[in-house]
Each structure stands twice: as C-alpha cells, then as structure tokens.
Design a protein around this ligand. Structure first.
Ligand SMILES: [Zn+2]
Length: 290
C-alpha cells in the first residue's frame, strides 16, 4: 500500500477524505477513497484533458476498438441486437427514441435504426469516429454533449457503453442523463467491474513485483480510464442521480474483442473460469429507470 493523499471532497461520498494508493502506474496512481471505496486515477484530470485524450487518433486506433470494429458483421449485429432486446418492451409499438453516448462509429445505432425501427442519435467526442458514423452510416451524431440541452425529457433509452469510466465527473453525467430521459425512460450502463478477480490478482502481482509487473498492470489500468467502479460504488452513483436500479449483473469480457496477443488470451481462460464461478467477472451491466 502506497501513499495517502487528502482531498477536500470525494465525488461519490461528498466527504473530505483520504485517498489511499492501490498501485502506481506510469501516468500516476490508482487510489481508493477511505470512506466510500471509490477507485480512481490520481492526479485527477479535467474534462478538457480527458476530451483531448479521447479525441486523439491514438485513442481511436486503440487495439480494443480495432478488435471490436473488426468483428464479423453478423457477430457485431448479434451483439447489438442482444443488448437492445433486453431494453425494450416487446409489446410497445411506439417508436423508441435512443441516445447512445460515446457511440464510436455507430454500430449500436445502426442496428437500433435498421432492425428495431428506433429514432436514433449519438454523441461522440472523437471526430474520426463521428465522421464515420455520419458519412458511412448516415447517423445523427454530435461531438459536444451541450448540444443535447434542448432535447431534455425526450429520450426513451440512453446507452452508456464503456463510457462512465472515461469522464471527469460521472455524477454530473448521470444527472444530465436523468434530465435527458423521459419519465419511465431507461439508462443502460456497461463498465469494468473493479471487484473482478483479475484486478485482485493484478494488485497482488504489483505488491510482489513492483514496477516489473507494470506492463500487466497497465492492461488493467489504462490511461483512458478515470474511474474503476465496484458493484457498490456504481449502484451508489446511479441512485444518487435519482434513477432506480432495475438490474445490475456481472458479465465476462468477450475474448474475441481483446485486442492483445494469443498468449495473454490463453492466460485469461482459467482466470475467467474462476471469475464466473465466484461471480466476479470483468464487466458489470446496469439498467436503471427514471
Ligand atoms: Zn468517497
């Protein structure tokens, strides 16, 4: 366990608190609030710094996104279809208005529009990604979240796929999501689960090997993530924004979307099996209602 730093107010528990270092990475430290156990990067980064990071070409070309975009079309469509099916009431004939925040090139929105007949819109900070979404997929995608202000209370479903861990203030984001939803509307969130066994293993390795474990540690703690939510901290954040949790489930990271080498993938197979048995998988999914 490393240093302790004092902050005047934690984003989740709103208390003056001490942040304890869990591990050291090349871009700072991963720290945990002593009061509420919120895990985040230190030093904290501003929304401007994070927007610059996420708008970069390097981010657009991250192996994780490349692997996801390289999925066979049928496989990708099946994945988006499964996600959307869990969110809609099959008996409803009303045209559903969907907003995908952090929509990348628009894979989810295309399926929502073409297969489910939804009225769709996206927000994406990366201009490379939004240009593909607009020009190749004919989607309505804006780059700036502020452009949505006039649409408050109009969305039936809002999706946040691997987004909440990337922003400077997830509490403010969820409050805005709540504003954008109509009464009874739903938000879908998927984000890494910091209770996953692989995180515990990584932190043990870090304690034993120090900086020699860094390349492995930095597969778990990547420079683009500002926050690492556990089941409890994510639930608390969502409830604080006034939304009611409908379900929260653990889910495994699909190995075919893991943009790294075969040896690392093979090493993950037994870890993922243990995670499934202990219900401490790599990802968590949450659906909440306004
Ligand atoms: Zn806290």
């Amino acid at each position: 366990m490393g240093f302790v730093t004092t902050v005047s107010q934690c984003l989740l528990c709103h208390e003056p608190t001490q942040m304890v270092e869990l591990c050291h990475v090349s871009f700072g430290s991963i720290v945990r609030c002593q009061q509420c156990a919120l895990v985040r990067v230190s030093p904290f980064r501003s929304s401007e710094q994070l927007a610059t990071l996420h708008a970069s070409l390097e981010y657009f070309q991250h192996p994780y996104f490349e692997a996801r975009r390289d999925l066979a079309r049928e496989e990708s469509v099946a994945k988006q279809r499964a996600l959307l099916s869990t969110l809609i009431d099959g008996s409803s004939l009303k045209k559903i208005r969907l907003l995908d925040i952090g929509c990348d090139t628009g894979a989810l929105l295309v399926v929502a529009r073409d297969e489910f007949g939804m009225d769709v819109m996206g927000v994406e900070v990366s201009r490379e990604a939004s240009t593909v979404a607009q020009q190749q997929n004919g989607l309505n995608v804006v780059n700036d979240f502020n452009e949505l202000r006039g649409l408050r209370g109009t969305f039936d479903v809002i999706t946040l796929v691997d987004v909440i861990e990337h922003v400077a203030n997830p509490a403010a984001l969820l409050e805005e999501v709540s504003q954008l939803l109509r009464a009874g509307g739903k938000v879908y969130i998927i984000t890494p689960n910091h209770d996953a066994l692989i995180n515990k293993l990584g932190l043990i390795l870090h304690r034993v090997l120090g900086t020699r474990a860094r390349s492995l540690i930095e597969k778990l703690y990547i420079p683009y993530h500002e926050f690492y939510f556990t089941e409890a901290t994510l639930a608390r954040l969502v409830k604080q924004s006034g939304l009611q949790i409908e379900r929260q489930t653990m889910k495994e990271f699909p190995l075919n979307e893991f943009g790294h080498g075969l040896i690392l993938k093979l090493g993950l197979v037994p870890i993922f099996a243990a995670q499934r048995l202990t219900r401490r998988q790599t990802l968590q999914e949450l659906v909440a209602v306004k």
